[in-house]
Design a protein around this ligand. Structure first.
Ligand SMILES: NC(=O)c1ccc[n+]([C@@H]2O[C@H](COP(=O)([O-])OP(=O)(O)OC[C@H]3O[C@@H](n4cnc5c(N)ncnc54)[C@H](O)[C@@H]3O)[C@@H](O)[C@H]2O)c1
Length: 402
């Protein structure tokens, strides 16, 4: 499939489905465009950087061609999907869209200014969504005269592969917009969970101890990086150890999310970033993308061996899992999301071995409380405070699931 051929094909494509506008054609915008076009929508993809738009076009072509080569998609389908994506050079083209998803730089001032413009360009019925990972949806919505149609629709990276989408109404969002957004994204084959407009929503909040507690264990010298990774993979059952995962995500990106969540929670010590992560970020050891992070990715580098002491491994796994469960329980306690959505988000969205609340039941709520209390008594730090919900449940002999 060539680019010229696709333009010819594009003219013959006509869809009666709602048009989707996507603002920003970087990692997220281009992926979301692919998802919406695959679901049958005509997509208007805009970026204020023409080079980024061109990169997105080439990337989509490459992905679709690869799908055809691997026999996962027939040529006609690939051409139809590509034909539905319009790479536009003016935001005014969003005029006929039923939904616009913004996926530009994570900067509140810029996002607010763009939402003000979107309100003027689009029709009154158009849903205005932001894919922000960490900013307040209410603050973005407040940039509009009619904030009721603004909502958070948070995809994960890479959007075509990750099943989970968090839908986040702002306090100003109309109920009908929540329902419409949810139904639409579900019709794209995604698993939708509803989250409160609070820092990190569900996943980026509940997952913090996976990295933070691993870093703490490392900084205290309890175990080294490969041993902590081995324990979380082989004993706790995660697909990847925390350091391997941080190297994948990028230590700059992960550090920024941690710092943003910490600040947004008014410096709650539970979310305090680690110096180790900051130093790696300072040094430019960003992970796989720079060839060096917690591990060395150069050609002849040796993979360091973990210490496979079972007792040490269990100590590490139990501690991190207890912190994760505590965070999930506290998210439920603070009404960030429902029990089912919290478990779905972590198990299906970021591939945890099981839902954390289900895990709590399996371990026993009392055991979870004991583990948190043991850490608290050891360190006397607020970071290790047990969620009141777990404590009450242990007292009342309750479980999350019947
Ligand atoms: N990368 C992730 O893992 C991830 C996951 C979920 C959500 N997000 C969120 O999605 C958003 C986009 O992230 P990304 O990783 O795709 O970023 P990116 O840097 O890959 O892409 C952003 C794009 O927006 C364009 N842009 C910047 N300002 C613009 C403007 N005013 N008008 C039009 N285009 C503009 C840039 O040219 C760039 O192409 C951010 O809010 C981020 O927090 C990112």
């Amino acid at each position: 499939m060539t680019r010229e051929w696709c333009w010819i094909f594009k003219i013959s494509v006509h869809s009666k489905m709602m048009k989707i506008g996507i603002l920003g054609s970087g990692s997220m915008g281009s992926g979301i465009a692919q998802v919406a076009a695959t679901a049958g929508h005509e997509v208007l993809l805009y970026d204020n950087n023409p080079a980024a738009l061109d990169r997105a076009k080439n990337k989509l072509l490459k992905i679709l061609n690869r799908q055809v080569e691997k026999g996962r998609m027939d040529d006609r389908t690939a051409k139809a999907i590509f034909g539905r994506v319009y790479f536009v050079d003016d935001m005014l083209d969003f005029a006929g869209a039923g939904l616009v998803i913004e996926a530009i730089i994570e900067d509140l001032g810029i996002k607010k200014s763009v939402f003000g413009q979107l309100e003027d360009i689009t029709g009154k019925g158009c849903i205005l969504a932001t894919n922000t990972s960490s900013l307040s949806i209410a603050a973005i919505a407040a940039a509009c005269e009619k904030p009721g149609r603004v909502i958070g629709i948070h995809f994960f990276n890479p959007a075509p592969l990750m099943k989970l989408v968090e839908v986040i109404p702002a306090i100003q969002t109309d109920e009908a917009i929540v329902k419409q957004s949810r139904e639409l994204i579900e019709s794209w084959g995604k698993l939708v969970v509803l989250a409160k407009d609070t820092p990190g929503f569900i996943v980026n909040r509940v997952a913090r101890p996976f990295y933070g507690e691993a870093l703490r264990i490392y900084e205290e010298g309890i175990a080294d990086v490969p041993t902590i990774d081995w324990a979380m993979k082989e004993i706790a059952g995660f697909r990847m150890g925390p350091f391997t995962l941080m190297d994948f995500i990028g230590n700059d990106v992960n550090y920024k999310v941690t710092k943003t969540v910490f600040e947004a929670f008014y410096y709650d010590p539970r979310y305090k970033p680690a110096f180790t992560q900051k130093r790696l970020s300072d040094a430019g050891w960003l992970g796989r993308k720079t060839g060096r992070g917690y591990y060395d990715y150069s050609e002849n580098a040796k993979t360091p061996e973990p210490n496979k002491d079972q007792n040490l491994g269990k100590l590490i796994a139990d501690r991190i899992v207890a912190m994760l469960i505590n965070e999930a329980a506290d998210a439920l306690y603070m009404n960030i999301a429902s029990r089912d959505d919290i478990d779905l988000a972590m198990a299906k969205g970021v591939n945890y071995p099981k839902g954390l609340l289900k895990w709590a039941d399996e371990l026993g709520i009392e055991t979870c409380v004991e583990r948190m209390d043991a850490l608290y008594h050891e360190y006397l730090e607020d970071r290790y405070r047990c969620s009141p919900l777990l404590r009450r449940m242990a007292r009342d002999k309750k479980t999350f699931y019947k």
